[in-house]
Design a protein around this ligand. Sequence first.
Ligand SMILES: [Zn+2]
Ligand SMILES: [Zn+2]
Length: 112
Amino acid sequence: MSAAATHPEAEKRPVRSNTCSGCEAAWTGLSVAHCAASGCHELFASVSLFDMHRSQDGDHGACIPPGEVQGRNGEQRLLFRDGMWRGPELTEEQRAKLRSVWGGEADDPIPA
Ligand SMILES: [Zn+2]
Ligand SMILES: [Zn+2]
């Protein structure tokens, strides 16, 4: 579970429209996650997909090119569709679950 997956400032804005200060990306959607790491700036349909492209290398982690993220059987786990990276098969049930997990309170403690 990653606690720092979303932009802190994105949470203060209306969810209708989000932009990145470091690139041209603009997106809508409650669960969409944008990677602001330099050289990456990819959009993901959910935070769990975002987490898949992050590796633990280095002090601050590193990005794996989304197209190279593989599952246990070597299958491609992230597919680019409709402007962002998405999971291969997300059922309506899984979507609802993601919404309930990420649509509520942010679990990201903001330092005082
Ligand atoms: Zn960006
Ligand atoms: Zn990234």
